[in-house]
Each structure stands twice: as structure tokens, then as C-alpha cells.
Design a protein around this ligand. Structure first.
Ligand SMILES: [Zn+2]
Length: 320
């Protein structure tokens, strides 16, 4: 009983008697009990709130984790499958590449006539001037290898010296290496002696790379005179189909020009130093083959046609 109660009880005692006092005291006791009880439940409630709050504070993933313990395993499994599929895909593509390489690899070092059927076919010879280029010629060699097509490269002596590996590769892959002189001079515009020197320089330069004197000469611009024929000391091979690839630098134009002019025994002139020319070659090969022609080297054509290619003679084509 606190002081207030005592004072109250005395006052009430004075007024109403002992019974009223006991009722009052009893009532207050109940009130205090209730308030204590309310306080306790309030504390209890607040504790619960704290727990709930703590629960709601836990991260979304934690809650997911708690509710679906198997989910983490499922996610890991799915990611694992994705990684495995990705790896498989990589494996498939690299196998594909290996297969593509394998297709090319077993090919003979030298392109043989047996890989093309040239007997009884209309034949054409593909020739490339002004190279080699370290950029475009290797790409062309890739195409020729893939298509099993032999070609003759009329190289410039100075460019051959700058890119001996490209020249060697062309030779190793079955192509013929011929001379287009040393510096691409217009030989009929310089002295006979200067022309002879240029031709001889080219011969030595090419021989230093391929181990033999080039068997054919093509003077720049197709210009020659009796002195030049004499100085060359080889057959002079010109052309009958000029694709004008150096002028148009256009794939479609190169192909249509070649297809318009192609004939049995044609010598097709192109230049391996232009990307558009190299780009045109695979399509050109397919288009010419579709017209019933097959590609052959000079020596193959001369052998199959029974004609000897002679020194001092000018050849524009190998018509039967
Ligand atoms: Zn040229």
C-alpha cells in the first residue's frame, strides 16, 4: 500500500467505514496487477516484434534458402549444365576446324593432274603478275590449294627477294615461278643493254630462291622486241584473257570479263597484289569449271596437247 492509498483509505475510512476501504484496496491491487500484466505483455509483444523484425531483416536469398533448401542445389545443377554445354559447343567447333584443316592437310605437296581430270577437257591456265605480296599472295595460295588449281606466278625479281618465303611456298605447293623482270620497266623504252641487265638480274634473283632459272618470261605490259626475246632466253608467255583486274578492282567485273573471253587453251591474266583479285579467284574458278573447263599448268597443257613450249617463241594461248 503506497502513501496515496493510505491517505485515501484513511479518508474513506473516515467517511464510509472499513468495508469500503477493503474494496478500494482490493480494486487497486487488481488494477496494479492488470497494469503489470499489460506491461509484461507489452514487453513480450515488443520482444516478439523484435524477433519478427530480425526475421524480416534476413536477406531475400536467406529466406529463399530457408524455405526452399533444394533450390540452391537446383541452381548449381542448371549452371553446371550450361557450362558443360558451352564446353561441348567449343569442343564441337574446334573439332570442326580440325576436320576442315585435315581435309586440306593430306593433299599432295604438289598439285597433281590426278586430282583434277584434265584429259578430254577444255583447258585454261591461270597466271598472276607483279607479285609476290606478303599480304595477298599467301591468301591466294590458300585458295588455290583448297581448289586444287595450279597457277603460274610471273614474279618481279625485287619483290621475290623481299618475300622469298612466299615464292618458296608457291613452288612447294606445285605452282610455276616465272620472271616478270626485275623492276617492271617498260623494256622497249630503255636501252637494249638496260633491258638485258634487268632481265638477267631477275633471273639470278629468282634462281637464288627457287634453285633454278625461271623457265618462262613475261615482259611488263606485254611489250617486247627482238632484243628482249633474245635476252630473255626463254619462251615468252603473254595472255589471251585479260581480266583487267588492276583497272576495275571489282570482283564481279573480273569474273564477267573472264567468263566472256574464256576459251580452250586460254591464258588468263590476273595480278595477285590486289585484294579484289584474290577475292575473285575462288568464284572465278567455280564459274569457269561450271562452263566445263579445267585448270592446268603450262607444262600439263603442253604435255597433253603434245606441243613443246620453245625458247624464243611468243605464246598468247595454248589453243589445241
Ligand atoms: Zn606487270
Amino acid at each position: 500500500m503506497n502513501l496515496l492509498d493510505k491517505l485515501f483509505s484513511r479518508e474513506i475510512e473516515r467517511r464510509t467505514g472499513a468495508h469500503a476501504i477493503s474494496i478500494y484496496i482490493e480494486e487497486n491491487r487488481e488494477k496494479r496487477k492488470r497494469s503489470r500484466s499489460i506491461g509484461a505483455s507489452a514487453i513480450e509483444a515488443s520482444r516478439e516484434t523484435k524477433i519478427t523484425t530480425r526475421k524480416s531483416d534476413t536477406s531475400f536469398i536467406r529466406r529463399i534458402d530457408l524455405r526452399f533448401p533444394w533450390l540452391k542445389l537446383a541452381v548449381v545443377a542448371v549452371l553446371g549444365i550450361i557450362v558443360i554445354l558451352d564446353l561441348l559447343n567449343l569442343t564441337i567447333s574446334s573439332t570442326g576446324e580440325r576436320r576442315a584443316l585435315a581435309k586440306i592437310a593430306p593433299m599432295s605437296k604438289h598439285i597433281k593432274a590426278t586430282e583434277r581430270v584434265i584429259e578430254g577437257k577444255k583447258l585454261v591456265a591461270l597466271t598472276f603478275d607483279d607479285g609476290p605480296s606478303p599480304l595477298t599472295t599467301p591468301k591466294l595460295l590458300d585458295v588455290l590449294k583448297q581448289k586444287h588449281v595450279p597457277a603460274t606466278f610471273f614474279v618481279l625479281g625485287n619483290r621475290a627477294l623481299d618475300n622469298p618465303d612466299v615464292v618458296k611456298r608457291a613452288l612447294d605447293e606445285g605452282h610455276e615461278i616465272a620472271s616478270h623482270t626485275m623492276r617492271h620497266q617498260n623494256l622497249i623504252r630503255i636501252s637494249a643493254e638496260a633491258a638485258k641487265n634487268d632481265i638477267n638480274e631477275a633471273k639470278s634473283a629468282i634462281k637464288s630462291i627457287i634453285g633454278k632459272t625461271p623457265a618462262y618470261t613475261r615482259p611488263p605490259y606485254g611489250n617486247f622486241d627482238s632484243n628482249i626475246i633474245k635476252s630473255a632466253g626463254t619462251p615468252i608467255i603473254l595472255w589471251s584473257v585479260d581480266t583487267e583486274d588492276w583497272r576495275s578492282k571489282n570482283v564481279d567485273s573480273i569474273i564477267s570479263t573472264a567468263l566472256d573471253e574464256v576459251h580452250d587453251g586460254a591464258i588468263i591474266l590476273m595480278h595477285d597484289i590486289y585484294p579484289t583479285s584474290v577475292e575473285a579467284v575462288p568464284k572465278l574458278i567455280d564459274a569457269i569449271r561450271e562452263k566445263g573447263y579445267e585448270f592446268a599448268s603450262f607444262s600439263e597443257i603442253s604435255k597433253i596437247r603434245g606441243t613443246k613450249i620453245k625458247e624464243g617463241i611468243i605464246y598468247y594461248n595454248f589453243r589445241p
